[in-house]
Design a protein. Structure first.
Length: 228
């Protein structure tokens, strides 16, 4: 069951954070976009699971994902709470589906190829891009509530966050997680001038800790899943 669950979650990460263009994400209130997004999830699941005769998996993913996203789209403006609730609902629905597929009449067992590649790539996507969506929502709420006006390159903070989380993932993958300390030290030096202003210092600290914590958590989970 663990490998089936991992493959289903890997397909979800790829379809949600890698194969979903911004235009689709912004227009999922439109039925055609919602259905297309669900179809992409179903197709990705079918391709990764490699159980070509198991139609229950992609069909169930399509139905569950489309339903959860439909509820999310009609629950108001996206926030930290809705994002977490949405991803939690997807995660538990996939774990439940993995249990059904593993112990159902067909007893699906992953016997395909590329398990570690799929898991590693999906983990990288979740670390770099997936976590970025949550961090963006958190920092957006902070800047809005505190009327913070930040100078810098357009999307500079987003790119820096993606790069640092990507580096953390690669350090875990190469068996050198202790080197993350040097990354923290380097960022602290580069951000020294900005840290002299209290509001900006707190903003940077929250964003940095959230970015590092999410990267470490997802990287650790990915390494564990790759060893199943």
């Amino acid at each position: 069951m663990e490998k089936i669950a991992t493959i289903l979650i890997a397909a979800h990460c790829m379809a949600d954070f890698f194969l979903q263009p911004k235009k689709m994400a912004r227009n999922k209130r439109l039925p055609i976009m919602l259905i297309l997004h669900g179809a992409i999830h179903a197709a990705t699941t079918w391709m990764l699971l490699q159980s070509w005769n198991c139609w229950e998996a992609p069909l169930s993913v399509f139905a569950l994902h489309t339903l959860i996203d439909f509820i999310k789209q009609h629950s108001g403006e996206e926030s930290v709470t809705t994002f977490i609730a949405d991803q939690t609902a997807h995660l538990f629905s996939l774990i439940f589906l993995a249990g059904f597929l593993s112990h159902g009449a067909h007893g699906v067992v992953f016997a395909g190829t590329g398990y570690q590649i799929f898991t590693g790539f999906a983990g990288f996507i979740a670390t770099v891009r997936g976590a970025g969506f949550l961090i963006a929502l958190v920092t957006r709420e902070i800047t809005s509530k505190n009327n913070l006006k930040l100078d810098g390159l357009q999307n500079g903070g987003v790119l820096i966050g993606q790069l640092e989380r990507g580096l953390i993932f690669l350090l875990f993958l190469s068996g050198q997680p202790e080197s993350i300390g040097f990354l923290i030290a380097a960022k602290s030096i580069l951000r020294f001038e900005e840290s002299k202003k209290l509001k900006q210092a707190e903003y940077i600290l929250i964003g940095t800790l959230l970015s590092f914590a999410s990267a470490i958590a997802i990287s650790s989970a990915t390494l564990w899943a790759m060893q199943l």
